[in-house]
Every structure is written in structure tokens, then in C-alpha cells.
Design a protein around this ligand. Structure first.
Ligand SMILES: [Zn+2]
Ligand SMILES: [Zn+2]
Length: 228
């Protein structure tokens, strides 16, 4: 279903956000997890032998621990083992070179060494630190894109109405990100009021869940509070 009003924007992300607002959980988290899952599937079925992906993996010194475990659970442990077996010599060479540079620079620069080293860039302006994990990068890009889309969708009345009625609210990191990126006081006020409303609703549902676990009320039918 497309969200359409007189002057509301409509986009694939906007429509997907509109649908995700009905689900339990932070919509940005849910959609970002889907984006990461798609990226992992793509890496697994098409990209793990791809030269460009391999190069990116060397630059980032592999995947971060969290995404390595997520890939291993897909399961993709065989593909991970193959890719690490072929990239590890380059990663270790790069690591050894960095450590060697650290040793040399530390001798000459003394106490201010670490702050300088962390900001260091090569002739092409590339940071000396490893690039971020490609899946972390996917996560960051997805979050930024969704936050921008969400703020654009705030001029759609059906979207705002669904946020008021159906959403379970945003997790704290994403609420902070959206609130910081908001374009004006009107948006900030709406976001804050809505988040308070969601927190209040959650609190009531938790109280109801606890009440229904009392032996006197255990026969009452279960409702939304059971998934609070
Ligand atoms: Zn979230
Ligand atoms: Zn990662």
C-alpha cells in the first residue's frame, strides 16, 4: 500500500516504513536488520568470491566480530573460512606494517604519538586505520537513509497517525538519531510527544502483563500486553 496524501512524498522506503510501523519493535532496527540480512545473502550467494568484495574485506581487516558471528549462523562458516584463508596473509601483512610504523613513530613522537597516529592519513588522504566492516557500513547507510525518509514522511498525515496509534516507538539510539536530524521544532515536538506516548503505552502493557500473571486473573484472555 502506498502512503499518499495531497502533498506527502511517497517512496519505496517510505511505504516500507509505513508498513513496518505496524510491527512490534523499533521500525529503523527492523528495516536495518532486513537490509543487513539482504547484504549478507548477497555476499553469500554472489559476492564472497568477487574481487572487489575481497579487496574491501582486506581494507577492513575482515568483518567485525558481531557480523562475523551473524554470517557464521546463516550458516556461512565455509565461505567465511575460504575467504579468510585467502585474505588473511594480506591482512596480516598490513597489520604487521602498521605495527612496525607504530614502533618507529612512537620512538620519535613520545606522548602525543597516539592522538597523531589515529588521525594519520596517507598521501591519498586514506586513514591509517582499517576501513569499517562492510556490513557495519551497510547498517550505517541504511539507518541514515531511513532517518531521512522518516523525517520526510512526517508531512504525511496517515503516516503520523500510524506513528501515534500503532508504533511501539523507536529504540533510544535511533530516537536520538532521528531527533538530532529533525528539521524544525514542530518535528522535534511531535517526535518527543509520540515517543512519550509509546513509552506510556508500553508501561501500561507491562503492568497488565504482570497483573495477568496473578493466579486470580490467569483465566482472562491474553492481549497485546503478552508481547510487550
Ligand atoms: Zn532502533
Ligand atoms: Zn560489522
Amino acid at each position: 500500500m502506498q502512503v499518499q496524501t495531497q502533498n506527502s512524498p511517497s517512496s519505496r522506503d517510505g511505504d516500507a516504513l509505513f508498513q513496518t510501523l505496524k510491527k512490534e519493535g523499533c521500525p529503523i532496527c527492523l528495516m536495518t536488520l532486513e537490509a543487513i540480512q539482504r547484504a549478507m545473502d548477497q555476499w553469500l550467494y554472489e559476492g564472497f568470491t568477487d574481487a572487489e568484495n575481497r579487496e574491501r574485506l582486506v581494507r577492513s581487516h575482515g568483518f567485525c566480530a558481531r557480523h562475523t558471528w551473524q554470517l557464521a549462523r546463516l550458516p556461512a562458516s565455509l565461505q567465511l573460512a575460504q575467504v579468510y584463508q585467502s585474505t588473511l596473509p594480506e591482512i596480516l601483512t598490513s597489520l604487521t606494517q602498521s605495527l612496525e610504523q607504530v614502533k618507529q613513530a612512537k620512538k620519535t613522537q613520545g606522548k602525543s604519538f597516539w592522538s597523531k597516529w589515529l588521525k594519520r592519513r596517507d598521501k591519498r588522504g586514506v586513514s591509517a586505520l582499517p576501513a569499517p566492516c562492510t556490513l557495519c557500513q551497510t547498517q550505517r547507510e541504511s539507518e541514515e537513509r531511513l532517518v531521512t525518509t522518516l523525517l520526510t514522511m512526517l508531512c504525511s498525515e496517515p503516516f503520523c497517525e500510524r506513528m501515534r496509534l500503532a508504533t511501539t516507538g523507536f529504540c533510544l539510539p535511533h530516537f536520538t538519531q532521528i531527533y538530532d536530524a529533525a528539521n524544525n521544532d514542530e518535528q522535534r515536538s511531535f517526535l518527543l510527544n509520540n515517543q512519550c506516548l509509546c513509552a506510556q503505552r508500553l508501561q501500561e502493557e507491562l503492568a497488565e502483563l504482570i497483573r495477568k500473571h496473578d493466579y486470580r486473573f490467569q483465566k482472562e484472555p491474553q492481549g497485546d500486553e503478552m508481547i510487550a
